[in-house]
Design a binder for this molecule. Structure first.
Ligand code: ADP
Ligand code: MG
Length: 650
């Protein structure tokens, strides 16, 4: 990097500083939305075994509806109240889930496992329902709630009604039409049962789409004009499936639309995050925790295990509290323990991957892309295992627990007929870069760059012995990080301690043809690396893009000044440190008058640094620049003497 090593940037919480090496990127641009049709919007729904979501396509890409501080995910759990021989939904979603252990005899979770199956069929496999299995009308599988039969269609309908309500209150208009996703392995009866549930909820299911196809659509696959083979690995709460599918471009098969063809699907309907939670409880018990004596106690421990698992994401250890009998116990979980608990289940998913490949008559080498779906794929050990198995980095930029709903929204817009050009990516609407020390934004990829594109830049540390660098990925035109949109943060850890400015950190931005941004940071000497994937423009509306552009012009001069002050401060602080070190070594060999002048100049610069640290806007950039230049000139002598001295010694 140009400034390296005399003017290093970056530090523990800020990162690299440098100027953009320019280039290019992509984003789904110029999309319409799926409103506007005379009959109201068409939403996309992921009706999951564990969690459900509803989404819509907007100008800025698909958006999940109903985001609240508690989140946008609706747990697929319904609590029933029974009266006059009928059961009606009393609580749906989060509330029902959180109070599940209080009302075990009236709460239904994972009803999707029974959907479209016959009672006879379900008797043969254990599904782990806390409620008794029953036979519904025409021999269909159902559950019994306090003596009343509840069909899985009814449970699904209650969930869909809640999702419809969420969508209506978010969009502010009635919603009657949806695209609903189902697992690729669902047979006709299961698909029909899903349609029936929609009708009960007052929704017309315009399309039933395979979940893996929706995931591929969310990533905008199918734009490349050549066939692509995709593996979708979906590890949810209670089920696992892997699907191999081909996307065949419209022109190759002479149809109006790209074709998503499922080649094979394999999996396990009793394998998922829940198993990992139970394994964690098993680990605690083998480490000395007393066996739970009641179902409620066990449920409490499993809930603590899930919390620990979810929170652990990028930490080394977490501690959760749970009530165990009379006692309040503290339970710890380390990243290694979590990986060990998950390992046997991860291994079973890989066996299914092997099966799917062989059923599809294909090999890992013929797979073009791998997509991760399902909340449990957030596990580091799952990601690593999938990457190893498929010999490539999987796509993870979209939230794995939201990607199916996002894709359903894309499909909804296609069905609505208002977007044929849908995910045609052309240019990136806003620049991409990282935060540098002091809070400035260093742009690596400039706005309006075409896709795909790459850019990289060298950065360094700003403190001696600094072993971690935080990389904050930003999108926007403004000069300061705080005015840009944060796309994600990751840490490059384990850099061997070196003096400030010596580590060479290469930060690379790659935007592929789907607009997915990968950022990778590598420290050259140690080879330590870390990375993140994001989809830059999703979540921004056309208006927002316009506003950010406008603001960047309005604030350009002001921002530039502040950026300059921040840079001056960063470089001055490093200069001050080096000068102090040199001065400490050779003070005796210097003229005291010179030392006095030098120290006065250092004090002046130090004061400006301090003010800039409090408020960079309150500092005159030109005055700061002059003070720093004066110090640069004055300090030459002390550096010279110091260098001569050390040469003489060696
Ligand atoms: P489904 O498709 O079956 O409805 P989801 O895709 O919503 O399920 O996945 C739910 C599962 O994901 C749960 O087991 C939950 O514990 C797990 N999960 C959610 N977040 C994380 C996380 N950060 N780490 C590990 N597992 C997670
Ligand atoms: Mg799912």
């Amino acid at each position: 990097m140009e400034r390296h090593p005399t003017q290093p940037p970056s530090q523990t919480s800020g990162a690299p500083a440098a100027s953009p090496a320019a280039s290019t990127v992509a984003s789904p641009a110029g999309q319409g939305d799926s409103h506007g049709a005379a009959r109201g919007p068409i939403v996309g729904i992921d009706l999951g075994t564990t969690n459900s979501l509803v989404a819509i396509l907007t100008d800025a890409g698909p958006r999940i509806l109903g985001a609240t501080p508690n989140g946008d995910i609706v747990p697929s759990v319904v609590r029933y109240a029974v009266g006059d021989g009928v059961a009606h939904a009393e609580a749906v979603g989060r509330v029902a889930r959180e109070t599940q252990s209080t009302y075990p005899s009236r709460t239904i979770a994972s009803a999707k496992r029974l959907l479209g199956r016959s009672a006879a069929e379900t008797r043969t496999f254990s599904l782990g329902f806390s409620l008794p299995l029953a036979e519904g009308p025409r021999g269909i599988a159902a559950l019994e709630v306090e003596g009343v039969i509840v069909t899985p269609q009814q449970v699904a309908a209650d969930l869909l009604r809640e999702l419809r309500r969420v969508a209506e209150s978010d969009l502010g208009c009635p919603v009657h039409r949806a695209v609903i996703t189902v697992p690729a392995y669902f047979d006709d009866a299961q698909r029909q049962a899903t349609r029936d549930a929609a009708r009960l909820a007052g929704l017309e299911a315009l399309r039933i789409v395979n979940e893996p196809t929706a995931a591929a659509l969310a990533y905008g696959f199918g734009q490349s004009r050549r066939s692509e083979r995709i593996a979708v690995y979906d590890l949810g709460g209670g089920t696992f499936d892997v699907t191999i599918l081909d996307i065949v471009p419209a022109e190759e098969i002479g149809t109006g639309a790209d074709c998503f063809q499922v080649l094979a699907t394999a999996g396990d309907t009793a394998l998922g995050g829940d198993d990992i939670d139970r394994a964690i409880v098993g680990h605690w018990i083998s480490a000395g925790l007393a066996e739970p004596t009641t179902a409620a106690e066990r449920a409490e421990l499993v809930a603590a295990a899930e919390r620990a698992k979810v929170v652990l994401v990028d930490r080394a250890v977490v501690v959760e509290r749970a009530r165990c009998g009379e006692n309040d116990v503290a339970l710890s979980l380390t990243a290694d323990e979590l990986a060990t608990a998950a390992a046997p289940f991860v291994e079973r998913t890989l066996a299914a991957c092997r099966r799917a490949l062989s059923d599809a008559g294909t090999t890992v080498r013929e797979i073009d892309r791998v997509v991760l779906v399902g909340g449990s794929t957030r596990l580091v050990s799952v990601r690593a295992a999938v990457a190893r198995f498929f010999e490539r980095e999987p796509y993870v930029a979209l939230d794995p627990d939201r990607v199916v709903a996002l894709g359903a929204a894309v499909q909804a817009a296609i069905v609505g007929g208002n977007r044929k050009d849908l995910l045609l990516l052309d240019v990136i609407p806003l620049s991409l870069g990282i935060e540098t020390v002091g809070g400035a934004m260093a742009k690596l990829i400039m706005r309006n760059s075409p896709i795909p594109s790459k850019a990289h830049e060298h950065f360094s540390t700003s403190k001696d012995g600094q072993t971690n660098v935080r990389i904050h990925v930003l999108q926007g035109e403004r000069e300061l990080a705080q005015h840009c949109r944060s796309l994600g943060v990751f840490d490059l850890r384990g850099i061997p301690p070196m003096p400030a400015g010596i580590p060479q950190i290469d930060v690379a931005f790659t935007v592929d043809q789907n607009g997915v941004l990968s950022v990778r940071a590598v420290e050259k000497r140690s080879g330590r690396e870390a990375s993140i994937q994001v989809v830059p423009s999703y979540g921004l509306s056309a208006d927002e893009v316009e506003r950010m552009e406008r603001e960047s012009v309005e604030h350009a001069r002001d921002d530039m000044t502040v950026h300059r002050v921040i840079d001056l401060r960063v470089h001055s602080e490093l200069d001050l440190k080096w000068i102090s070190e040199a001065l400490a070594r050779v003070r005796a060999a210097l003229d005291p008058v010179y030392v006095g002048e030098l120290e006065a100049s250092m004090t002046a610069v130090r004061a400006l640094c301090a003010s800039a640290a409090v408020d960079p806007r309150g500092v005159d950039a030109n005055q700061f620049h002059q003070a720093k230049q004066a110090l640069d000139v004055l300090s030459m002598r002390v550096h010279e003497v110091s260098i001569t001295e050390s040469l003489r010694k060696s």
